[in-house]
Design a protein around this ligand. Structure first.
Ligand code: PMP
Ligand code: GLN
Length: 385
């Protein structure tokens, strides 16, 4: 094996393997029910797979256009306009990408110079902080208030300085399973009004909002749309996280710079799959019924946890259910997550890993994008603790 003879100074000295990889690996090693990493354990729609056969056999084997195939960009623009009321020009304002993570990373690469500040909300989805740091930016954290994980907009305003270049928002939110209200977004609109801050809005769970709420995202608010990169993922919406396909929409001025970076990195997203989604997106029910589909799973999981000593926190969106365990143990959540996996056969994500310093409250995150049988077995084990 070759060995690097020099000294390499890490750009991410405090980063190890992601918690999702660690917990999924541990779950596999111990044959545990894996409610940790967020991915569905069921098949995607058969119609979607049929389209994959069709388009992978259509000779579409060479590079698609850098921004994405026009039919898909048009389909995305139409969908966004009909759902959120903002028209994005498919030619200049929509770009198809290899996943939402890549979109957020590329937006940060487009914006951040060394020393620039980026506002993140804590707990923070794992990819944001490192993506800021690797570009020499400085993450500035605003706490979401436990136990409802609400945002104090006055604290957000106070965190903005002349160095603030961007803010990363995520609603519905991973890992808290909260959703922002129209009032929240109006407050944010007011806070950002007199600034040059660019918003990167991670809305990968846009179609998974429960209890009759309507998703409120940046494309619903003109004062936010004009300064935002809206990022979404086909992985979540169509239960195909492994296909790594997503997209970004933004005003032309922002998108022109974004594409300059994108064209020298991934350059394009998978060609045949773009045609697959362009055609499949015509079926609006597939995404309009997703919330009801996951709400049923959330309720099924909670029903089977009745009588358990785990205390559910509200799950208003995403496919995650957080459970507080004060009544069960005073172990650290990282320790409990490992012990639960090894000794009891259920894997979860310890929420403290989404903080710089572990908070005093203790919560585990469970993914309910699973078959009812898996959820019932998992809940039964948890109920015995
Ligand atoms: N953002 C959030 C909040 C997520 O939870 C995830 C993945 N589960 C992603 C981004 C990643 O999306 P993609 O797989 O399309 O990169
Ligand atoms: N977003 C998924 C989760 O929260 C995991 C994605 C990943 O493993 N990077 O569980």
């Amino acid at each position: 094996m070759p060995q690097f003879p020099g000294l390499l100074q890490s750009k991410l000295p405090n980063v190890g393997t992601t918690i999702f990889t660690v917990m999924s690996r541990l779950a596999a090693e111990h044959n545990a029910i894996n409610l940790s990493q967020g991915f569905p354990d069921f098949e995607c729609a058969p119609e979607l797979r049929a389209l994959v056969s069709k388009y992978f056999n259509a000779g579409l084997n060479q590079y698609p256009p850098m921004a994405g195939v026009p039919v898909l960009r048009e389909a995305i623009a139409e969908k966004m306009e009909s759902l959120y009321g903002t028209r994005y020009d498919p030619e200049h304002e929509v770009t198809v990408l290899p996943g939402a993570t890549y979109g957020i990373y590329t937006a940060l690469a487009t914006l951040i110079r060394p020393g620039d500040e980026v506002i993140l909300f804590e707990p923070t989805y794992d990819s944001y902080g490192p993506a800021v740091e690797v570009h020499g930016g400085k993450a500035v954290y605003v706490q979401m208030r436990y136990p409802d994980y609400s945002i104090d907009w006055a604290a957000v305003e106070a965190a903005i300085t002349p160095r603030t270049k961007a803010m990363v928002l995520n609603t519905p939110n991973n890992p808290t399973a909260t959703v922002l209200s129209a009032e929240d977004l109006r407050m944010l609109e007011g806070v950002l009004k007199k600034t040059n801050v660019v918003l990167i809005s991670d809305e990968v769970y846009e179609h998974i909002v429960f209890d009759g709420y309507k998703h409120q995202g940046v494309a619903c608010f003109p004062g936010l749309a004009e300064r935002s990169f809206f990022v979404s993922s086909f992985g979540k919406t169509y239960s195909v996280t492994g296909w790594k396909m997503g997209y970004v929409a933004a005003p032309r001025e922002l998108m022109a710079e974004f594409r300059k970076v994108h064209q020298f990195n991934a350059f394009v997203a998978n060609g045949p799959l773009q045609h697959v989604f362009a055609e499949y997106m015509k079926n609006r029910d597939a995404y309009l019924q997703l919330a009801a589909f996951y709400q049923k799973k959330r309720d099924f999981f909670l029903e089977h946890l009745k009588g358990s000593r785990f205390k559910p926190l509200p799950s208003r969106g995403t496919f995650f259910q957080n459970l507080a365990y004060d009544a069960i143990s005073d172990e650290k959540d990282t320790d409990l997550a490992i012990r639960l996996t090894k000794e009891h056969g259920v894997a979860a994500i310890p929420v403290s890993v989404f903080y710089r310093q572990p908070p005093t409250h203790r919560v585990l995150r469970f993914c309910f994008a699973k078959s009812e049988e898996t959820l019932a077995r998992g809940a039964e084990i948890l109920s015995r603790l």
